[in-house]
Every structure is written in structure tokens, then in C-alpha cells.
Design a protein. Structure first.
Length: 127
């Protein structure tokens, strides 16, 4: 695990060379940005479309779809985290209950029965 000093946050902004995900995705992000710039140049300057053209109004549809997808993604991530947290709470409860059961059984049965059950346990498991 990597530990960061929260007081030195400004220096981490410029350490892009150590960010593996950004290093992998940066050429693709540049290519998509260049493609979008070329398409925008052709639509606005080269073809000089009027404001009533349907091609100039497509951007509003893309913005709306992007906004809806971002909300959908945020809700999915939030629900996944809620499910993970619920599972973590249930697993912690199971561990605590089994520990309490072991402590109570240790005090409930005597030393002789405890030694007998420990020696009998591998036989009860089977092959």
C-alpha cells in the first residue's frame, strides 16, 4: 500500500510519470481530443453551417446523454459500495458471533470435554 502525506498534496499533481493509468490512457485521450477538435472545426468553420442545421444541435443531445450516463454511473457505484459495506458488516457480525460462541463454549464445558472434542475434531472432519 502506498502511503501519502496529505500535507504535500501539491507535489503529487506534477508526478504524472508515476500514474500508470494516466500514462496508459493519455495517448488515447489526446487522440479523442484531436478527433473532436477536427470534427468541430469542420462543422463550424469549414462547412459554415447555419444555426438552424441539425448538425449544430447534435451537441445538445450528446450533452444530455452524457449527463444521464454520469448520473447512472454515480448511482451504480454508490449502490455497489452500499452492497460491499453491508457485506462487510455482516461478515464482521459473523466473526464476532463465532468468537463469542467459542468463548462461551470454552467456559461452559470443562477441560476434559474440551480436550476430548479437540482430539475428536479431525476425525469428525473426514478425509
Amino acid at each position: 500500500m502506498v502511503y501519502y502525506n496529505p500535507k504535500e498534496w501539491f507535489s503529487f499533481i506534477f508526478k504524472i510519470n508515476k500514474a500508470e493509468t494516466l500514462r496508459e490512457l493519455f495517448p488515447l485521450m489526446l487522440a479523442v481530443g484531436a478527433y473532436a477538435g477536427v470534427v468541430t472545426y469542420f462543422l463550424i468553420d469549414f462547412w459554415q453551417l447555419p444555426d438552424t442545421s441539425i448538425l449544430k444541435k447534435v451537441i445538445f443531445i450528446h450533452q444530455t446523454i452524457g449527463f444521464v450516463f454520469s448520473l447512472l454511473l454515480a448511482f451504480r457505484i454508490n449502490s455497489a459500495y452500499d452492497r460491499w459495506w453491508e457485506g462487510r458488516k455482516i461478515w464482521g457480525s459473523l466473526v464476532n458471533n463465532s468468537r463469542n460462541l467459542a468463548i462461551k463454549l470454552k467456559h461452559l464445558i470443562g477441560e476434559d470435554e474440551l480436550a476430548f472434542s479437540i482430539t475428536l475434531f479431525p476425525v469428525m472432519q473426514g478425509p
